[in-house]
Design a protein around this ligand. Structure first.
Ligand code: SF4
Length: 334
């Protein structure tokens, strides 16, 4: 287990994410949920829920991690980024003054074990990295029960804690919010380099990885940037890493117009040139939803909303036309 803090003069330094907040007694970090309470940095949101729901795993979004199953999803409050376009700002950028612990790892694992068509537990909605202790205790217990675990994260985490997270998490959806550091600096209050390092670390670990990019008009919809992003994913993480291009809607501090379907289509075509599996999210088009075998071009999954229908697929997730392994984390759902 890595040390979560180190003493630094009269302060405690949090080692969880690259902000390295140095907290005087009584102060909380940038994430607003980790507080120096004297001798330790306390997690204020242990057992505190902002959302709790049995969701289709496709909703995370994860399209290649036990497709067709549900996953019990839980989240809390706070975030270590300050995205001015946050689509979940009510729970990420606002932390209630009065919070109470309403659940335990035991309760969540028990509920997950008996939930319908459920593959495991997802830590999502707000940023799960800052919920570290609760996520670790719950995920470790869940894995002992044979459940799978997922994290939906911004990837802004230090190497040592991520090494530990990789031990108890099976599937990752990481935001790559743009492929330039100006965007990260200006719109998120963070840097891109630690996120890229996290992506490489997860890919090298062999754990399941998918990526999401929310496309914001005029901010990260440059076609050359998408070409560079998809080339980087292909060369550093593997061309079979699924990429979800998600449509933006005005939210929180931004009032740019929603992403147009034409723009999404163009970026989808550019990314699809380099990557095997590119999807479009937050949109009602049929294109960009299905999974096509990258080798022979056969359609192996048709998606409509969160409904998933398999065809031309073997029991172990291979294309029945050419034997290409499309899904590595797969059990045929009824
Ligand atoms: S996890 Fe929170 S307290 Fe710790 S360094 Fe990051 S923002 Fe600061």
């Amino acid at each position: 287990m890595f040390p979560l803090l180190k003493a630094n003069e009269n302060k405690l330094e949090c080692l969880l994410c690259p902000h390295y907040c140095k907290l005087a007694s009584g102060k909380t970090g940038i994430c607003r949920v980790r507080k120096n309470t004297g001798e330790k940095i306390e997690l204020l949101t242990y057992g505190v829920l902002s959302g709790y729901s049995l969701d289709p795993v496709e909703k995370k979004p994860l399209y290649h991690f036990f497709p067709g199953y549900n996953i019990l999803s839980a989240g809390s409050f706070g975030c270590n980024m300050k995205c001015d376009f946050c689509q979940n700002y009510n729970i990420s950028q606002k932390v209630p003054g009065n919070m109470f612990s309403e659940t335990t790892p035991e309760k969540i694992v028990k509920a997950a074990a008996s939930a319908e068509k459920n593959i495991g537990i997802a830590f999502t909605y707000n940023e799960p990295v800052i919920w570290f202790e609760f996520m670790r205790d719950t995920a470790t217990m869940a894995k002992k029960q044979g459940l799978y675990t997922v994290i939906v994260s911004n990837g802004f985490v230090n190497k040592e804690p991520l090494d530990e997270i990789i031990q108890f998490i099976d599937g990752f959806n990481i935001d790559l919010k743009a492929f330039n550091n100006n965007f990260y600096r200006k719109l998120t209050g963070a840097d891109i380099e630690p996120v890229k390092n996290s992506l490489i670390q997860i890919a090298k670990s062999g754990k399941h990885l998918e990526i999401t990019t929310l496309i914001i008009p005029g901010q990260n919809d440059d076609e050359r940037e998408m070409a560079l992003q998809s080339e980087w994913i292909a060369s550093e993480l593997g061309k079979d890493t699924p990429l979800h291009l998600s449509r933006y809607f005005p939210m929180y501090k931004r009032d740019d117009p929603p992403t147009t379907q034409e723009s999404l289509n163009r970026l989808y075509a550019i990314a699809s040139d380099k990557l095997d599996y590119v999807y479009m999210g937050n949109t009602s088009t049929v294109e960009g939803q299905n999974t096509i075998c990258p080798n022979c071009g056969m359609t192996v999954t048709i998606r409509s909303g969160y409904h998933t229908r398999f065809l031309n697929l073997t029991k172990d997730g291979k294309c029945s036309g050419c034997d290409t392994p499309v899904y590595k984390m797969f059990t045929l759902s009824s």
